[in-house]
Design a protein around this ligand. Structure first.
Ligand SMILES: Nc1ncnc2c1ncn2[C@@H]1O[C@H](COP(=O)(O)OP(=O)(O)O)[C@@H](O)[C@H]1O
Ligand SMILES: [Mg+2]
Length: 260
């Protein structure tokens, strides 16, 4: 997708692409805390869309609504043509097997080996695969994608923070998702390790042509991975554009994100 520099915010180029996720007028409040106030978003097939917003602006709330972990007060979420809020639990589970989700923090199961961590989603979504799948092959292939096949028998505690994040990424990839949602993929990592993760995200995008939604407040991450960006401010999509377009804006609210 990166090669297609036309994608930018030019609507004519975008309209030709399939929309894989559409969010319309999403509202979510917690008592008097109005977090999302009519948020709209479209994720196009094959693109990397970054949503940037300040801490507490509702980025995680938005992504949790997208995977059915939180119910919005109002609005519509359509994923690959299916209206999420009307789905039965069984249909929601099926849809989830096409969506990879890298949580904030890597959240591996501490008491399981790397292999067991990766087998877990395969068993949970076993319907997605033929019954005679070679689990071991899938586990190793997923780990090879993140350069960690040699850690398959280790426990998470034996890995560095960056390696744990990469194993979590491999666990996300094992189901061969069509859409990957990244919630703060580089948070809590030192700059060098963060860069490794960013490079891996790009590699995966190129290899599998997934559609990616990346939530971050890391400007360096946004610069490298984004085809387009949305700034989430005051619960709405305040501004949509390419990194360069937003960086060049003279709106102080937008500039605040780009000043180090
Ligand atoms: N389960 C919850 N109950 C009450 N308030 C919540 C809950 N989850 C999130 N919030 C509030 O919603 C706001 C947005 O949170 P969040 O989406 O986690 O922010 P971020 O943009 O940093 O990911 C914050 O003010 C947070 O306190
Ligand atoms: Mg968050």
């Amino acid at each position: 997708m990166k090669a297609d520099t036309n994608i930018g915010s030019q609507s004519s180029a975008l309209e030709a692409l399939e929309v894989v996720v559409q969010i319309d007028d999403l509202y979510k409040s917690f008592d008097h805390n109005h977090v999302l106030n009519g948020f709209n978003m479209k994720l196009y097939k094959g693109e990397s869309l970054v949503v940037m917003g300040k801490s507490g602006s509702g980025k995680s709330v938005m992504i949790k609504c997208m995977v059915g972990l939180m119910r919005p007060d109002a609005g519509e979420i359509t994923i690959m043509g299916k209206k999420l809020l009307n789905l039965s639990q069984a249909n929601l589970d099926d849809l989830r097997s096409d969506i990879g989700f890298l949580f904030q923090g890597s959240a591996l199961y501490d008491s399981m080996t790397v292999r067991e961590n990766l087998e877990f989603p395969l068993r949970r979504h076993s319907k997605k695969f033929a019954t005679d799948i070679d689990e071991e092959k899938l586990v190793i292939e997923a780990l090879e994608n993140v350069g960690l096949a040699h850690t398959v028998d280790l426990m998470p505690a034996e890995l560095s923070g960056g390696m744990q994040r990469r194993v979590a990424l491999a666990r996300t990839l094992i189901l061969k998702p069509k859409i990957i949602l990244y919630d703060e993929p580089t948070s809590g990592l030192d700059p060098i390790t963060a860069k490794e993760i960013i490079i891996l995200m790009q590699k995966i995008q190129e290899k599998y042509g997934t559609s990616s939604l990346i939530i971050t407040h890391d400007v360096d991450c946004a610069r490298v991975v984004s085809d387009r960006m949305i700034l989430l401010i005051d619960g709405i999509n305040y501004k949509v554009g390419t990194f360069k377009e937003l960086e060049a804006s003279d709106d102080p609210k937008i500039q605040a994100f780009f000043k180090h």
